[in-house]
Ligand binder design. Sequence first.
Ligand SMILES: NC(=O)C1=CN([C@@H]2O[C@H](COP(=O)(O)OP(=O)(O)OC[C@H]3O[C@@H](n4cnc5c(N)ncnc54)[C@H](O)[C@@H]3O)[C@@H](O)[C@H]2O)C=CC1
Ligand SMILES: O=C([O-])CC(=O)C(=O)O
Length: 328
Amino acid sequence: MSKSPVRVAVTGAAGQIGYALLFRIASGEMLGKDQPVILQLLEIPDEKAQNALKGVIMELDDCAFPLLAGIVATGDPEVAFKDADYALLVGARPRGPGMERKDLLSANAQIFTAQGKALNKVASRNVKVLVVGNPANTNAYIAMKSAPDLPAKNFTAMLRLDHNRAASQIAAKLGKPVDSIEKLAVWGNHSPTMYADYRFATIGGASVKDSINDEAWNKDTFLPTVGKRGAAIIAARGLSSAASAANAAIDHMRDWALGTNGKWVTMGVPSKGEYGIPKDVIFGYPVTTENGEYKIVEGLAIDAFSQERIDFTLKELLEEQDGVKHLL
Ligand SMILES: NC(=O)C1=CN([C@@H]2O[C@H](COP(=O)(O)OP(=O)(O)OC[C@H]3O[C@@H](n4cnc5c(N)ncnc54)[C@H](O)[C@@H]3O)[C@@H](O)[C@H]2O)C=CC1
Ligand SMILES: O=C([O-])CC(=O)C(=O)O
C-alpha cells in the first residue's frame, strides 16, 4: 500500500541552501523513494523573497516529481510549521568574509525564538527539527528552549557537514573510498572549535589512527582544515557553502528518519550529561539511529588531548548560550 504524505517544513526556502535542498527532498532522497512529501516553505514576508520563492515553486512544479504531494508557500511560521513532521530551519543570515559564525548570533537569534514558539504551537508533537542556520548549535538551543511543550530530543543541529568534511579528508589522505570509513565522531560546536576525532575510526576495517600514524598531521593539518573549511569556501566562492550544506542536511534527516544500521554519524543533540556536557547543551556527538530515534554512542575513552578539545568547544558553546539568555 502506498504511504500517506508527510509534511516537511523548510525555512529560507528561496535562499542558496534552499535551492540545493528542495529538489532533493521532493525527489525522495531524504525520506525514501516511496515516501510522498508535502513541502511547507517559509520565506520572509517581503515581496522580493516571496517572489523568489514563487520562482522556486514553478521549478519544483516543472520537475513533475511523483512524490511531491503538495506545496505550501508562506511568510508565516505558524502556517509553515502546521502539523509538520520534519522541520529544516535554514533561513538565517549567512556570514561573509572575516566573520565567525557566532558573529551572526545577534542577527539570527530572534528568528529561532519566534520559530521555536511557532513549532511549539502548531507542529506535530513528533516533529524532527534540524537547525542549519548559524550558529547552528545555539540557534537549536534557542528553538528548543522556546518550545517547552515539544520533547527536547526533537531539536538537533547540523554537524554532518563537519563529519562529511572530516571523512573526505581522511579518505584522501589514505587513498581509500570515503564510504569505507566507520566510527568517525565530531564533538561539540559547528565552528572551528569542533573536534573531529578519528581515534576509533576504521577504513576498510583498518584503524585510521594507526594507518595515518601522524599526530602532527592530526593537530596541524586535519583539524584546522576541517574546522576552517567553511571560511575557505567563503574565501574561494564569495558565498558560504550551499550544495554541500544541503547534502549534509539530507544525510542528517535521512539517517535520523530511516536509521544507520549501526553506523556512527554525527548529530548535534541536546546533552543529557553524556561525556560530562551540561544538560541541554546542543553538542555534536557520535550517534547511531534506529526507528526514528538517535542514540549517543557512550563509553568511549577520552584521552587528555581529546578532553582538552572537548572542553574548548564546550566553553565556546556556553559563552554563546550566555549571550542569548536574555531571549529565553
Ligand atoms: N550548519 C551548517 O553546517 C551550515 C549552516 N549554514 C547557514 O545556513 C544559513 C542559510 O544559508 P544560505 O542559504 O546560504 O543563506 P541565503 O542568504 O542564501 O538564504 C537564507 C534565506 O533565508 C531567508 N530568511 C531569513 N530570515 C528568515 C526567517 N526569519 N524566516 C524564513 N526565512 C528567512 C532569507 O530571505 C534567504 O532567502 C546561514 O545562516 C548559513 O550560515 C550554511 C552552511 C552550513
Ligand atoms: O562557514 C559558514 O559560514 C557556512 C558553514 O557553516 C559551513 O560551511 O560550515
